[in-house]
Design a protein around this ligand. Structure first.
Ligand code: SF4
Ligand code: SF4
Length: 122
């Protein structure tokens, strides 16, 4: 009984152990894998390495239409795509993505390059 009273008074005087989420969010740890933020599509060469290495088949690369697509509902946030991209154009964010009402994919399409720009880029 005395033990219990001690605990009650200790807890009354201390801060709660939980947070008032979503009003109070925890600061993510440095280099935490929260989500794939996206791709710098202007630097993508559509080699498809990210799609081949993705263990959950979450990325679709279409060279002919110069598009890169991510299905965030398949992604397990392993970071392999970002690590294996030769152009380092996939970025990871530390914050987890918020919940969604629709199963939407994130699609990026590279805009056509100006004349001469294609040759310079190699
Ligand atoms: S983080 Fe992992 S699971 Fe998600 S798209 Fe990249 S390789 Fe695929
Ligand atoms: S690995 Fe990088 S350059 Fe290659 S398709 Fe994926 S995002 Fe584009």
């Amino acid at each position: 009984m005395l033990d219990m009273l001690g605990n009650i008074f200790k807890n009354l005087g201390s801060k709660p152990a939980t947070r008032m989420y979503p009003f109070e969010k925890r600061t993510p740890y440095k280099n935490a894998r929260g989500r794939v933020e996206g791709v710098a599509i202007e630097n993508c060469i559509f080699c498809g390495i990210c799609a081949k290495r993705c263990p959950s088949d979450a990325i679709t690369v279409k060279k002919e239409e110069k598009s890169w697509e991510l299905d965030p509902f398949k992604c397990i946030i392993c970071g392999v795509c970002a690590e294996s991209c030769p152009k380092k154009c996939i970025s990871m964010g530390e914050e987890h993505r918020t919940s969604a009402l629709k199963k939407e994919k994130a699609k990026y399409v590279q805009p056509p390059k100006a004349a001469g720009e294609e040759k310079a880029a190699g």
